[in-house]
Design a protein around this ligand. Structure first.
Ligand SMILES: [Zn+2]
Length: 464
């Protein structure tokens, strides 16, 4: 019933409001600045991450940790005084990690540190022993002749480059996603990649991989960076290197988790809303403090600060803790599908999913006439060390399905120089979260959310 009333209200608003040139008055800009300063003094975001990592910990999609996280999310949003808290179902296939071991058998016997990639099959009972064949990159593997890896274990040694904006990730990660399929096409029995990361610690980075219909499913693992170095050194000596892999992993039944949603209800246009997004699931190896506990803390804290004001802003602020981002943006896809008839009520959205480093740039994706409001927003963020970048924001992984429908998005770009030292490893733990940097993030998000909730007009819909 509520939904029906909401929908008709939206249609009326949709016709008028969505043609307006947006504006924001000085009074609200001043409140935004006060909220910013308050955020720098608040420790709510930090406490939220501490709570999630301590009371739930690892929460890989479909595990008991996932269920515990959903329960935790609902309780936390209720405890912090959100006006409305609810969940929406998200269903997906599951995967389970078992034991995982690797060792060089000959000519230089020693153990290797590995971890299975998400959705990898296991090795046959008792393990698998084969010679390795080294490739510099995934591309080299693709371009190799037919049968180039026949009966062998493919080893891809490409290194991810460190960069503030994380731009080294994209080019490197294709080896993880696509490597097993390409290796199997060349006759390989398994694949080992150098971890997609920038650290030099002896732990491997997990993450999602894919199989393809009609291509043999071979085990896929990541080596820690020093173990990849070790293999390179062995290969350089020119003798055949034999490796034994013993990996236990299996697919499980479908599982239904939930997106957890909390709303601060708007006072004048409650059915128009700004989305603050993060994902609630993590990989299983660490406690998911940076990925994406930090995003949960930042977005929850920003909304909570606005809820402390004597009056609710005009529009609603919707915090979405997305389910199962890691294994295919599943929560984001389900949200877009479940809300597809009312996506024009989303004024804009931003996701925090890049750790806890400070924000240094604000990017938007708005209609051209809205840029002056974005520049005013950036001005309020300026004391935080943030400047306006461009109008080509991506918005974050869980927002990709929504962006496909043309919603406006923002990217509050964080310093990710160290992010890939910890990403998807056992070392993604609470001690890596810097409180001051986290508070700076909350300060930027609260400025963003408040201005969008209070401004006149909109950012456009049906954007490219
Ligand atoms: Zn993430």
């Amino acid at each position: 019933m509520k939904a029906l009333i909401g929908l008709s209200a939206c249609l009326l608003v949709g016709a008028s409001a969505f043609a307006q040139v947006p504006s924001i008055d000085d009074k609200h800009l001043k409140i935004a600045a006060e909220l910013r300063d308050e955020a720098l003094k608040s420790s709510i975001g930090y406490e939220v991450v501490e709570s999630l990592t301590t009371e739930v910990g690892p929460r890989m999609a479909g595990t008991p940790g996932d269920a515990a996280a959903v329960k935790w999310g609902v309780a936390k949003l209720e405890e912090l005084g959100f006006d409305k808290v609810w969940t929406e179902p998200v269903t997906f296939p599951t995967w389970k990690r078992g034991t995982e071991k690797a060792e060089v058998i000959a000519p230089y016997p020693q153990p290797l540190v590995i971890t299975a990639l998400g959705f990898s099959v296991g090795t046959p009972e008792g393990g698998l022993t084969a010679e390795i064949v080294e490739f510099d990159t995934l591309e080299d593997l693709v371009n190799a002749p037919e049968g180039a890896a026949e009966g062998k274990i493919v080893f891809i040694k490409n290194r991810m480059k460190r960069a503030r904006d994380g731009s080294g990730y994209g080019p490197a990660v294709s080896a993880r996603g696509q490597g097993a399929v390409e290796a199997a096409r060349k006759g390989a029995v398994a694949i080992m990649i150098r971890s997609i990361g920038t650290d030099s610690h002896r732990m491997a980075h997990t993450g999602m991989m894919r199989y393809e219909e009609g291509v043999k499913r071979i085990p896929a693992v990541a080596l820690s960076a020093p173990d990849a170095d070790l293999l390179e050194n062995m290969v350089r000596r020119g003798k055949p290197i034999t490796v034994k892999l013993d990996v236990d992993a299996e697919d499980g039944p479908d599982y239904t988790s939930h997106n957890v949603i909390g709303e601060i209800r708007g006072s004048e246009k409650p059915d128009e809303y700004v989305i603050l997004a993060a994902h609630l699931d993590s990989w299983d190896l660490g406690t998911g403090a940076l990925d994406d506990g930090a995003g949960i803390g930042i977005t929850v804290a920003a909304a909570e600060l606005i809820a402390r004001l004597p009056e609710r802003p005009k529009r609603s602020i919707r915090v979405i803790m997305f389910a199962n981002e890691e294994q295919g943006l599943v929560g984001g896809k389900f949200y877009a599908e479940a809300h597809k008839d009312e996506l024009n009520r989303i004024i804009t959205a931003a996701e925090s999913d890049f750790g806890a480093g400070k924000i240094w740039r604000l990017d938007s994706r708005v209609k051209q006439e809205a840029i002056p409001v974005v520049e005013k927003m950036a001005k309020v963020m300026e004391p935080l060390g943030i400047s306006y970048g461009n109008n080509r924001a991506g918005g974050g992984p869980d927002l990709i399905p929504l962006r496909g429908y043309g919603i406006s998005v923002f990217s509050l770009r964080q310093d990710g120089t160290d992010y890939f030292d910890y990403h998807h490893t056992p070392d993604d733990t609470f001690d890596k979260v810097d409180k001051e940097a986290l508070d700076q993030n909350t300060a930027a998000y609260v400025v963003f959310a408040y201005i969008v909730a209070q401004m006149e007009g909109d950012f456009g819909f049906g954007l490219e």
